[in-house]
Design a binder for this molecule. Structure first.
Ligand SMILES: Nc1ncnc2c1ncn2[C@@H]1O[C@H](COP(=O)(O)OP(=O)(O)OP(=O)(O)O)[C@@H](O)[C@H]1O
Ligand SMILES: [Mg+2]
Length: 220
């Protein structure tokens, strides 16, 4: 489903070059639940952004079902991403001046499709956010914010959800709830690639991959 072939990412910085990804090759099968681990700065976010079509690698090929993501034009890629990939950020990335419903519906705009508010509303209810649809992000708890972010990632019924420490800012109870939704998406046939430090996601993982200094250290 997802394939990285000798992917490198070099950032230029005033202190010289940073080899954030140093030759990463990886295959993720359709329906797999992959957990990615590694110390701070090991390249996890860079890898997720690259896999999700949001950041062009310096070298190597990233393909999604045989389609070379970075051979597309940026517009084609944005469209492809909206159709196929939902992304959940560590820091929620909700739009502060939009309410819950409009934050969820934002994904529909990215796709250029017309999702009815009813579809977004159904997701809001499914994620236990009934009665919160007119709240702004500042009027939500951390767990609620992350559930809004998951609803947004799911709106277009993507084939893959990529999540960067989605439970990093949550207490254990809310973390379990968020992981439960990701597991449900996975059980319904979805593919999940997730960065997480805690052990809570291990029970759902088909595979745990460790990244160190931009390289895959071991797979099990
Ligand atoms: N835009 C950038 N410009 C220069 N260097 C960057 C940039 N983004 C990331 N880096 C560097 O690339 C390396 C990998 O960063 P990345 O964000 O992928 O790490 P991470 O594994 O997600 O870390 P964390 O667990 O702290 O989130 C780090 O050394 C970081 O300093
Ligand atoms: Mg990171």
């Amino acid at each position: 489903m997802l394939r990285l072939d000798n992917v490198t990412k070099i950032y230029a910085s005033p202190n010289g070059q940073v080899h954030a990804l140093d030759g990463v090759s990886l295959d993720v099968a359709a329906g797999e639940f992959v957990v990615l681990r590694g110390p701070s700065g090991s390249g996890k976010t860079t890898l997720l952004m690259t896999v999700a079509g949001m950041q062009k690698p310096t070298g190597g090929v990233v393909s999604f079902k045989e389609t070379d993501l970075y051979a597309m034009t940026p517009t084609q890629r944005a469209r492809f991403r909206a159709d196929n990939i939902g992304f959940v950020f560590q820091m929620f990335h909700l739009v502060p001046y939009l309410n819950v419903l409009d934050n969820v519906l934002l994904a529909s705009g990215a796709k250029g499709a017309n999702h009815s508010p009813a579809q977004a509303q159904a997701l809001i209810e499914k994620l236990g956010l009934s009665g919160r649809d007119s709240h702004k992000p500042s009027q939500l708890s951390a767990g609620e914010k992350q559930r809004v972010a998951i609803a947004r990632a799911m709106l277009n019924k993507p084939r893959v959800i990529v999540a960067d420490e989605p439970t990093g800012n949550l207490d254990p109870e809310n973390a379990a709830v968020v992981l439960g939704y990701l597991s449900e998406f996975h059980k319904g046939g979805g593919t999940v690639v997730i960065v997480t430090h805690g052990a809570e996601a291990d029970q759902f993982a088909d595979r745990i991959i460790s990244l160190q200094a931009g390289r895959i250290r071991h797979e099990n």
